[in-house]
Design a protein around this ligand. Structure first.
Ligand SMILES: C=C(O[C@H]1C=CC=C(C(=O)O)[C@@H]1O)C(=O)O
Length: 353
């Protein structure tokens, strides 16, 4: 066992906060180990550390740089893992509940309450055994292009995930983000074609982000939408770059964009109100955002922010893993298909358990 995982084990035994993560396509694993068990919240967006923000609410926990030890290790592929074959299992009660939720979402769209809403559910998986090191190494091995993480705080719990979605990357004043939406299960075919429903669903995310950024940036560029593979799924993605007008605008940009219409809806406020009223469970940190704020912990360069949307994630509670899965609903959504899509998304985490 390397120093990094020894530190993870001792921190977990001592119930001290830590985060372990590996960025997309990087050969580095980074661990941030808080020296006390205090729950720190961001007071402003100039603070340096690893932020773990929820879907809803202004309280954003973070692990401050000043209170932590940092470990960086190169990923050495010594362990060979075989991806677990995950067979679809349908929970009929969960299916009925989710399909009814989707129906209500489509009705609200038809009434004109919003154009799009992202609805989600939670699924529990019994863990026969659970070892952070093994699960984290599987995430690294199976999802090289994702942001992989394990976050632990005694007052929050343990969360793990492999998200394909960048929320915001800001290097000095250069900003990058993406509009990601539309899902299809990846079969062997490398050419994927998209329906009008999925194209519209993703276009609304691009519209939301570009409109939100408009007054705060200059030199915005927006790529054509293209298909991208994330684990067992295909998505549609648009790359967006811009120059932030002032360094102080970062907080405003984060507040404007979060939660994006890839996880909430359009318009944001009415979609969010519908989610909070109708989903009937607490999303907690699922569809929040997480990552480095104002510092790159591999190089210690400041003025670098690298945040991701907390998707394809799970919370470990006792001998259960709670998987969080959602999908974008538009006027053309078919409830049964949307339920199937959440099942397909659950495979990302099920494969590593
Ligand atoms: C809300 C999720 O995915 C989002 C990101 C990509 C594609 C999505 C979709 O096709 O619905 C979602 O907008 C999730 O994974 O729980």
């Amino acid at each position: 066992m390397t120093d990094l995982f020894i530190k993870v084990r001792t921190h977990q035994e001592q119930q001290l906060p830590f985060v372990l993560y590996a960025k997309p396509n990087s050969d580095k694993m980074i661990g941030l180990f808080q020296k006390n068990d205090h729950l720190y919240f961001l007071e402003d967006f100039a603070m340096k550390g690893f932020v773990f923000a929820p879907f809803d609410g202004d309280l954003m926990p973070y692990i401050p740089q000043k209170q932590s030890d940092v470990y960086v290790e190169t990923i050495v592929e010594t362990d060979y893992f075989i991806a677990k074959e995950v067979l679809p299992e349908i929970d009929e009660t969960a299916k009925i509940i989710f399909e009814n939720l989707v129906k209500r979402g489509v009705e609200a769209i038809n009434k004109g309450t919003f154009k799009k809403v992202v609805l989600s559910r939670k699924e529990e998986v019994l863990l026969r055994q659970f070892d952070i090191e093994t699960v984290f190494k599987k995430l690294i091995s199976f999802y090289p292009t994702a942001f992989k993480y394990c976050f632990f705080h005694p007052k929050i719990g343990m969360w793990m995930g492999a998200t394909p979605e960048q929320f915001l990357k800001i290097n000095q004043r250069a900003l990058q983000t993406v509009a990601l939406a539309g899902t299809q299960i990846a079969t062997t075919a490398e050419n994927v074609s998209w329906s009008e429903k999925e194209i519209e669903e993703q276009r609304l995310v691009t519209e939301f982000i570009t409109t939100g950024l408009q007054s705060k940036v200059s030199e915005m560029t927006v790529s054509s939408p293209y298909s991208i593979k994330a684990g067992n799924l295909w998505h549609i993605k648009t790359d967006i770059t811009a120059i932030v007008k002032s360094k102080k605008a970062k907080g405003e940009i984060i507040k404007t964009l979060h939660p994006t219409s890839a996880v909430c809806g359009l318009p944001k406020e009415s979609a969010k109100a519908f989610i909070l009223k109708n989903e009937n469970y607490d999303r907690e940190y699922y569809s929040g955002f997480l990552g480095e704020l104002n510092i790159d912990f591999a190089t210690f360069r400041t003025e670098q922010t690298d945040l991701f949307v907390n998707l394809r994630c799970m919370k470990i509670v006792g001998d259960m893993a709670q998987l969080f899965i959602g999908c974008g609903i538009t006027k053309d959504s078919v409830p049964a298909d949307e339920f199937t899509e959440t099942g397909n998304k659950s495979i990302t985490m099920k494969k590593v358990l």
